[in-house]
Design a protein around this ligand. Structure first.
Ligand SMILES: [Fe+2]
Ligand SMILES: [Fe+2]
Length: 199
C-alpha cells in the first residue's frame, strides 16, 4: 500500500491504521532530533539587544548545567528551555515543558514550565512588576530547584566570553533522552498521534 484509499478517518480499517502507525513512528522518531536542532537554530542570529543570540543562550544554559553535573533530564531541559520562544512567545515556558513532558522527570518538567515566572525575579521590578511573583509557589517541592535553575543556568547565560559547547556535543544526550518510552500514558496505541492527556 502506498497510501490509504480514504479521505476521512472514519473510513479507515485496522490494517490502514497499522500501516499509518508504522510510517508515522519511523518518520517522527527518525527526524525528531534533527527537527529539535532546527527549532533551536531558528533562534540563531538576532541578539535582540543582548550580547549573544538565544541559540547561544540555550547552548550556554545546557553547557553550564552539564559542567555542574546535572542530570541528563536537566541538561537537555536547559538546552530546550527557551525553544518555545520561536513558536509561542506569549507562553514559551509551558510550550517547552509540554514538549519535554513525556521524556523527563517531574522535577525537570516543573522547573522548565515555571522558569519564565521565576526568571522574573531578575527584572519584573524594573518594569513595575513584582519580582517575588514566583513566591506564589513558595511551598512547592520544586520551588528551590526552579530558583536554582534560573540563578545558575538562565539569568547568567548571556555571556559572550563563556566557553559554550557546540550543539554537536548535546546531540547524543538528546538522542538518549528522546529515545525513552513516554512516561505519560497516551490514549491511543503507540505509533499514532497519541497526545498526552495530562498537563
Ligand atoms: Fe525563558
Ligand atoms: Fe533562558
Amino acid at each position: 500500500m502506498e497510501h490509504v484509499s480514504w479521505t476521512r478517518m472514519e473510513d479507515g480499517t485496522r490494517e490502514d491504521y497499522e500501516f499509518l502507525g508504522e510510517l508515522y513512528t519511523e518518520h517522527s522518531q527518525g527526524e525528531l532530533i534533527e527537527n529539535l536542532v532546527t527549532l533551536l537554530k531558528v533562534m540563531e542570529g538576532p541578539k535582540l539587544g543582548y550580547q549573544i543570540d538565544r541559540y547561544q543562550h540555550s547552548l550556554q544554559s545546557a553547557t553550564r548545567a552539564l559542567r555542574a553535573d546535572e542530570s541528563l533530564d536537566l541538561v537537555v531541559g536547559a538546552l530546550l528551555h527557551d525553544v518555545g520562544d520561536a513558536i509561542a512567545p506569549q507562553n514559551h515556558s509551558a510550550t517547552a515543558a509540554a514538549m519535554l513532558r513525556p521524556y523527563v522527570d517531574d522535577e525537570t518538567h516543573w522547573v522548565i514550565k515555571h522558569h519564565g515566572l521565576f526568571q522574573g525575579y531578575y527584572y519584573f521590578h524594573h518594569m513595575g512588576g513584582n519580582r517575588d511573583a514566583r513566591d506564589v509557589f513558595g511551598e512547592h517541592e520544586y520551588y528551590e530547584s526552579c530558583v536554582q535553575f534560573c540563578a545558575k543556568y538562565d539569568q547568567n547565560c548571556f555571556d559572550p566570553d563563556y566557553p559554550t559547547l557546540p550543539i554537536e556535543d548535546f546531540v547524543p544526550m538528546m538522542e538518549e533522552l528522546f529515545a525513552r518510552e513516554s512516561r505519560v500514558p497516551g490514549v491511543a496505541p503507540v505509533g499514532m498521534t497519541a497526545d498526552i492527556q495530562i498537563n
